[in-house]
Design a protein around this ligand. Structure first.
Ligand SMILES: NC(=O)c1ccc[n+]([C@@H]2O[C@H](COP(=O)([O-])OP(=O)(O)OC[C@H]3O[C@@H](n4cnc5c(N)ncnc54)[C@H](O)[C@@H]3O)[C@@H](O)[C@H]2O)c1
Length: 364
């Protein structure tokens, strides 16, 4: 097990890390003698993940528990209203420690719920999907969507601790594993100047390498968020693949054929590298070998010409923009991000058109 510090948040990562939770909770309750602790668990996966938590931390049996419907379609403030009402009825106070248990949606929503209730309760994240382990559970961004606009309501608020234990991955469906692998791949693209597509393939084929790459992602995210917590500078690089990716995710949700966050980011990275070739001198050969990897692992994300205005509209509304210009993260080379380059909507539109011509297969 490894311990990684992100300012005042401790991330326990690796097999057996969940066994540290009992001690963490006991230390908190000893320091705050009148405090209590509650568990907020994702509803859909509760039967799989809640017993794992109780086995590792039997003292939590005595805690109040809440089950939140936390799918992407329910990632709205309305879903939290009954929960906050229940917390108020149950007299949770500012010292109540909230333990969030679930995937990235639950971590985002639970962190947001805790941040706002009585102006802020302390919380711990226990991610149960690969994507939440690699990315969503740490770094202190909490969020819900507003209508179709992703993560537009939120706060910067670090958890006290994060427990990344692969024990939860035993029940995770293959498609969700693939989703998490996309965020792990993203960290390699933006942080490794020695990135190679050949080595990155091992994320999908070699469990030992996947573990290593997961740890790499956690460590590097912590390094980046320590330098720039409020996303004014280098933290923007973590959005690589997300300008297009969020638009693809929102469109798929609107069409009632949702794709996972990671799948959306995978296709988003391809589009942003395509733009990088045009705008930042990223080499065509590197782009093509990366696109082949994504097409082989994630297929293609297809949409028609008619969808382009909606996709553009999602991107124009992206919270990272200034005015009507769009700021995707581009790469001049592996590990070298360009994050403050404005791209006009017309150029984005052209990229989307080029993509439809190739049916989502840039390398075709
Ligand atoms: N805050 C951040 O910095 C940040 C970073 C990246 C992504 N995100 C957010 O994360 C969200 C995506 O998270 P996600 O990919 O974890 O999706 P998710 O939370 O929807 O979980 C995916 C699916 O896995 C199921 N599940 C969870 N744990 C399981 C387990 N152990 N066994 C079996 N099934 C399990 C869930 O029920 C769900 O159906 C998005 O909303 C995205 O915006 C946030």
């Amino acid at each position: 097990m490894k311990t990684i510090k992100d300012q005042d948040c401790t991330i326990y990562a690796g097999e057996g890390s969940l066994s540290q939770l009992q001690g963490e909770v006991a230390r908190y309750l000893a320091a705050e003698p009148d405090a209590t602790c509650v568990v907020l668990c994702e509803q859909a996966a509760a039967k799989k993940i809640f017993p794992v938590l109780l086995r590792a931390c039997p003292s939590l049996r005595r805690c109040k528990r809440y089950f939140l419907p936390a799918t992407e379609a329910q990632k709205h403030i309305e879903t939290l209203l009954p929960l906050w009402k229940q917390w108020a009825d149950d007299k949770l106070d500012r010292k109540t420690l909230v333990i969030n248990l679930g995937g990235g949606v639950l971590c985002d929503m639970g962190g947001f719920a805790a941040s706002l209730f009585k102006r802020g309760l302390p919380f711990i994240n226990i991610p149960t999907t690969l994507l939440a382990m690699a990315d969503a559970s740490a770094g202190g961004k909490t969020a819900v969507d507003l209508g179709e606009i992703k993560n537009i309501l939120g706060s910067f608020n670090r958890p006290r601790a994060v427990f990344v234990d692969p024990v939860f991955l035993k029940t995770l469906p293959a498609r969700e594993m693939l989703s998490g692998m996309a965020e792990i791949l993203k960290m390699q693209c933006i942080c490794r100047t020695d990135f190679s597509v050949q080595r990155a393939e091992k994320i999908f084929t070699d469990p030992e390498y996947l573990n290593e790459a997961l740890l790499f992602a956690i460590k590097n995210k912590a390094l980046i968020t320590q330098q720039d917590f409020k996303e004014e500078n280098i933290r923007k690089t973590l959005n690589f693949g997300h300008t297009f990716g969020h638009a693809f995710e929102a469109l798929a949700l609107r069409k009632k054929h949702p794709i996972s966050h990671g799948e959306a980011v995978a296709h988003g990275m391809v589009c942003e590298l395509y733009l990088s070739c045009r705008k930042c001198g990223f080499t065509r050969a590197r782009f093509e070998s990366f696109a082949r990897l994504i097409n082989a692992r994630y297929g293609s994300f297809t949409y028609t010409e008619k969808d382009i205005p909606a996709l553009l509209n999602y991107m124009v509304n992206d919270k990272k923009n200034k005015g009507r210009k769009i700021y995707p993260v581009l790469l001049s080379d592996w590990g070298k991000c360009v994050f403050d380059k404005a791209v006009f909507p017309l150029v984005i539109e052209k990229t989307l058109h080029d993509n439809t011509k190739k049916n989502g297969r840039y390398n075709a």
